[in-house]
Design a binder for this molecule. Structure first.
Ligand SMILES: Cc1cc2nc3c(=O)[nH]c(=O)nc-3n(C[C@H](O)[C@H](O)[C@H](O)COP(=O)(O)OP(=O)(O)OC[C@H]3O[C@@H](n4cnc5c(N)ncnc54)[C@H](O)[C@@H]3O)c2cc1C
Length: 398
C-alpha cells in the first residue's frame, strides 16, 4: 500500500481540517471521553456531522455513508484525533447500524438508520451478563414468545452509558433446548422506555458513571423488533463484535497521544536534562512508535479490505489486542513522565472560580485517572485473552 498522500488526498485533508476548525463545538473543546459529560455534550459533534452527512463514513453510500476511500477515512480519523474530538458514539454507528443494514428488513432500516445517522437516537449494547462475558453464548436472559410479542426476562451488566439510551440491542435466549448454546439466541431491538426495564448505575472507583446494570422484568417487545431469523442471533452478534473490535484500535488517537507524550518528556527534567534525552525513556517511546506504525499498516490493510467488500473478520481481534496494549502503554509512560504531579484525581480539583489551584503542570492533571480508566480497554469488546484465542483458531488455524 502506498502511504504517500496524493494531491487530492491532501486537498481532502485541508477540507476536513477547515470544517473541523470552523464547526467543532466550542463548549466541548478540551473535553475527553473520560470526563463526565451530559448527553448534549456527548452528541454535540455527532449531530453536526449528521447534518453535514459525515456521521457514518464507513456505511454503504445507499445508507448514508460518505463513499470516502480507506485513505480518506483514515485522514478523517487523524484530523479528528488532532483536536481530540468527541466522536459519534459507536453503539449505533459502528455496532447496531451495520447489523441493521446488513441483516435487518426494510422496515427496520427505515425506522432505525435515520436516528443513528442524525445522532438523535442513543443505543446501548445488551450483551454481557453477570455469568456471561467471555463465555457470552451461555447467556441466560430469555425471550419467550407470547403471540406477536416476546416477553424478556433477565439481567445485563456493564452496559455502557445505558442511562442515556433510547434503544438497546439485546441478545436473548429464544430456544433453551437448542443442541448448542449458540443456536438458541436471538438479536432483539428494545425500546428502553418499555415498562419493566430498570437501569441501575455501577459507580466506578473514581466516582464516574460509565457503566450500568440493566434489569429486564416481563418486558413486552414486538416480534417485529427481532433482527434476522429467530435463533440465528449469534451470527449477527459475531458480525457486530468484529465491527466493534476493529473500532477499538484507536490508531489516530494513539498517534496524537505519542506526540503529547514527547512534548511532556521534553518539558520534564531528569538529572538536569529533559526526560526525552534519557536513553531508557527514549527507547520506550521509540518502541511504542514502532509498534504503533506496525498497527497503523495493519489497520490500513483492514480498511482496504473493507473497501474491497471484505468486512472486518477475525483479524479485527489483532487490531483490538495491539491497539489496546498501545493505549495502555501510552498512559503508563505518561504517568511515568509526570511523576507525582499525575497522582491527584482530576475530579477532586476545585470548581471554576476557586482561588485554590491544582498543583503541577496542566498536562499532568488527569494522568492517573486516565491511566486507571484505560485498564478497561483490554477487557471490553471481549478481553484480550479471548482475542488471542480467536486469533489462534481463526487466523492462525491452530
Ligand atoms: C468499561 C467496560 C464497558 C463495557 N461495556 C459493555 C457494554 O456496553 N455492553 C456489554 O454487553 N458488555 C460490556 N462490557 C463487558 C465486557 O464485554 C466483558 O467484561 C468482557 O467480555 C469480559 O467478560 P467478564 O467481565 O464476564 O470476565 P470473565 O469472562 O469472567 O473473564 C475474567 C478473566 O478470565 C479470562 N478468561 C475467561 N475465559 C478465558 C478463556 N477461555 N481463556 C483465557 N482467559 C479467559 C478473561 O480474559 C478475564 O481476564 C464492558 C466491560 C467494561 C470493563
Amino acid at each position: 500500500m502506498n502511504l504517500e498522500f496524493t494531491a487530492e488526498e491532501n486537498a481532502f485533508r485541508d477540507e476536513v481540517r477547515s470544517f473541523i476548525e470552523n464547526n467543532y463545538p466550542k463548549h466541548i473543546q478540551g473535553k475527553n471521553m473520560q470526563d463526565e459529560m451530559s448527553r448534549e455534550e456527548l452528541t454535540a459533534w455527532y449531530k453536526i456531522l449528521g447534518e453535514k452527512g459525515w456521521s457514518v463514513p464507513a456505511w454503504p453510500v445507499e445508507y448514508g455513508g460518505t463513499g470516502w476511500t480507506p485513505t480518506e477515512r483514515y485522514i478523517w480519523s487523524e484530523e479528528n484525533a488532532r483536536v481530540n474530538a468527541i466522536m459519534p458514539l459507536p453503539f449505533g454507528v459502528s455496532m447496531v447500524g451495520p447489523v441493521i443494514y446488513t441483516f435487518g428488513n426494510e422496515e427496520q432500516k427505515a425506522k432505525h438508520l435515520p436516528g443513528i445517522r442524525s445522532g438523535d437516537v442513543w443505543w446501548c449494547q445488551g450483551y454481557s451478563e453477570p455469568g456471561a462475558g467471555s463465555d457470552l453464548a451461555s447467556l441466560k436472559t430469555t425471550a419467550v414468545r407470547d403471540g406477536d410479542h416476546y416477553i424478556i426476562n433477565g439481567q445485563k451488566t456493564w452496559t455502557t452509558l445505558a442511562q442515556h439510551a433510547d434503544w438497546g440491542f439485546f441478545l436473548c435466549r429464544t430456544d433453551p433446548d437448542a443442541p448448542k448454546q449458540q443456536q438458541g439466541i436471538s438479536f432483539i431491538l428494545v425500546d428502553m422506555n418499555t415498562p419493566g426495564i430498570e437501569v441501575r448505575p455501577i459507580k466506578l472507583v473514581d466516582g464516574g458513571h460509565e457503566v450500568n446494570e440493566v434489569w429486564l422484568t416481563d418486558v413486552r417487545v414486538p416480534v417485529e423488533n427481532r433482527v434476522g431469523e429467530e435463533n440465528k442471533g449469534w451470527t449477527y452478534a459475531k458480525f457486530l463484535l468484529a465491527h466493534e473490535r476493529s473500532g477499538i484500535a484507536g490508531v489516530a488517537r494513539s498517534k496524537r497521544g505519542v506526540e503529547q507524550l514527547k512534548d511532556i518528556a521534553s518539558k520534564e527534567m531528569l538529572d538536569g536534562k529533559p526526560l526525552i534525552e534519557d536513553m531508557g525513556f527514549a527507547r520506550k517511546i521509540s518502541q511504542l512508535e514502532i509498534d504503533l506504525a506496525a498497527l497503523e499498516i495493519t489497520e490500513l490493510r483492514t480498511l482496504a479490505g473493507e473497501q474491497a467488500g471484505k468486512g472486518p473478520g477475525p483479524e479485527s481481534s489483532l487490531l483490538k489486542v495491539k491497539g489496546t496494549e498501545i493505549q495502555q502503554r501510552l498512559t503508563e509512560l505518561t504517568l511515568e513522565a509526570v511523576g507525582n504531579y499525575g497522582m491527584p484525581d482530576f475530579r477532586s480539583f476545585p470548581e471554576d472560580g476557586s482561588n485554590d489551584f491544582p498543583i503541577g503542570p496542566d498536562y499532568a492533571h488527569g494522568a492517573s485517572s486516565t491511566y486507571f480508566n484505560m485498564r478497561k480497554t483490554s477487557i471490553y469488546g471481549g478481553s484480550n485473552e479471548i482475542q488471542r484465542n480467536i486469533i489462534t483458531k481463526m487466523v492462525l488455524g491452530l
